[in-house]
Design a protein around this ligand. Structure first.
Ligand code: SAH
Ligand code: SF4
Ligand code: F3S
Length: 482
């Protein structure tokens, strides 16, 4: 394990090992030599700032980058203007995510003019797009390092090369079948953690760029996942979030296939672990075995995120989602029958090419029938290279915007009603952080993912506490201790 390694015992004057993770350990040792030199010259450690711009999987990748940087001898800062090294971990799921990166790069350029030794790196999903890298090479030469999602495990090696070079270094892989275990990770929260159970996606929903930038679906072995969770628990973690683009197809391609439900049952056995979450569930692959496992589970949170995307069977077909409106509704009913108190949340896209008023009404109809606890709503964004981007019948922007507003107000109205159903009850709440507005309050999370603010101190953080839910304020509760 990396935390048992004495980096100073690694002889980095020898040639680098070829196998992983030994090769990265070697480069971490080499990076430490560089940071020590920086410290001697500047009287302080170099500071690094990792900015996460994407989903939970990206956030977990950022923790891996932080882990390497910490072991390499960098000091962490949240403020870009104080950093000697800034790294943007990008997302490209919608166009506005890309625009944000270019905007912020302009700002970094101005920082670099004042502070020429500042190093800038870009990684993550957006870097897997050819036209992005071309644009960076042409117009953003001040960026020092560009790498992608498939070679993130090589970060220590790339960091070492970047440290001793002033040239722009670009290393993007098309794909990989490698999963490198046992690299350093630095968690954002001491008491909860994401855990990758799989990488990539094979579904090719026609609007979505993720399969192109994250590659084919690969599952980690149950043994590796369980060992990681045991280590996390012994380090103070009480809640894990199992991460994958489609956790319901977990394990299908392993040499010894395992179902996701079976994996959950094994994770449940881990002593000291209190809560298990997972995301995301694709409706087409959600099994009865999973529903039974959730219903009988003691630690599995009563929450399922089940993206609908559209309520129209016609649009769902064009989206290549492989379920119909009726199948989706039947599935949510089945889940509710087995687990009556479950919270169901979703993702919905408005304005997919060819969406008519009737199609949109079908989406509203599903929202009314399922009564989601909450829903993320998105305006369809055209992603170059996906089948939907080439569809001719794109919906005019102003029409989409009006539909989006109608959907949002319905979702919010229902969410307010549904969320208030626990008023007066006592629920177990995981204390997560001191409230940012009022330091006498702690913000915690119920197992259905709703937030609760209640009186407390920093000493409560990481503990599961019984809290009375006094008043519902729409999307959160004000509570008191019992
Ligand atoms: N694997 C997950 C989704 C990951 S992307 C799943 O299948 O549910 C998260 C969400 O972004 C999606 O659920 C979808 O609602 C939204 N999304 C993806 N591509 C999009 C696009 N081109 N335009 C708008 N929203 C999109
Ligand atoms: Fe994208 Fe569909 Fe894969 Fe989710 S399942 S990541 S929406 S292609
Ligand atoms: Fe996540 Fe965005 Fe990549 S949603 S997988 S960071 S494109």
């Amino acid at each position: 394990m990396y935390n048992e390694i004495d980096w100073d015992m690694i002889d980095y004057n020898q040639e680098a090992p070829t196998e992983e993770p030994a090769r990265q350990y070697y480069y971490i040792a080499k990076c430490r030599e560089w940071t020590r030199k920086f410290e001697r010259e500047n009287g302080r450690l170099p500071r690094s700032c990792v900015v996460n711009m994407g989903c939970q999987m990206n956030a977990r990748d950022s923790e891996k980058l932080e882990g390497i940087l910490e072991q390499a001898g960098y000091e962490k800062t949240d403020r870009e203007e104080c950093a000697d090294f800034v790294i943007y971990n990008t997302c490209t799921v919608r166009e506005n995510a890309n625009q944000r990166v270019y905007g912020r790069l302009g700002y970094l350029h101005s920082l670099k003019k004042k502070k020429p030794h500042l190093k800038i790196a870009l990684c993550g999903c957006m870097m897997q797009e050819k036209q992005v890298v071309e644009k960076l090479k042409k117009s953003y030469r001040f960026v020092n390092l560009v790498f992608g999602t498939h070679n993130i495990f090589r970060f220590a090696e790339l960091l070492n090369r970047m440290q001793s070079s002033d040239r722009m270094l670009v290393d993007i892989w098309e794909d990989t079948d490698q999963i490198v275990e046992n690299l350093p990770v630095e968690r954002k929260y001491s008491f909860k953690s994401g855990v990758n159970i799989m990488f990539g996606c094979n579904n090719f929903c026609s609007y979505c760029i993720v399969p192109y930038v994250r590659g084919r679906e690969k599952s980690r072995k149950p043994k590796e996942i369980l060992e990681e969770i045991r280590r996390l628990v012994s380090d103070g973690v009480v809640e894990v979030m199992l991460l994958g683009q489609n956790v319901n197809s977990y394990g299908k391609n392993l040499d010894e296939p395992v179902t996701f439900a079976r994996l959950l049952q094994m994770v449940e056995q881990i002593e000291g672990l209190k809560r298990i979450r997972f995301m995301t569930s694709h409706p087409k692959d959600l099994s009865d075995e999973l529903i039974r496992t959730m219903a009988s589970g003691k630690k599995i949170c009563r929450h399922i995120h089940l993206p609908l995307q559209s309520g129209s069977s016609r649009i769902l077909k064009a989206m290549n989602r492989r379920y119909t409106k009726e199948q989706y509704l039947a599935l949510t009913e089945k889940i509710r029958r087995a687990i009556p108190d479950i919270s169901i949340t979703t993702d919905i896209i408005v304005g997919f090419p060819g969406e008519t008023e009737e199609d949109f009404e079908e989406t509203l109809d599903v929202v009314r029938q399922v009564r989601y606890d909450s829903a993320f709503t998105f305006i369809y964004s055209k992603r170059t290279g996906t089948p939907a981007a080439a569809m001719e019948n794109q919906v005019p922007e102003d029409l989409v915007k009006r539909r989006f507003d109608r959907l949002l107000s319905l979702v919010q109205e229902i969410s307010r009603e549904v969320s208030s159903r626990y008023t007066g009850q006592v629920k177990e709440v995981l204390a997560e952080e001191v409230n940012s507005q009022d330091a006498s309050l702690i913000t915690g999370r119920m197992d259905n993912n709703l937030l609760v603010h209640f009186p407390g101190t920093a000493a409560d953080i990481g503990r599961l506490l019984p809290i009375r839910l006094d008043t519902c304020k729409g999307f959160y509760y004000m509570g008191s201790r019992v």
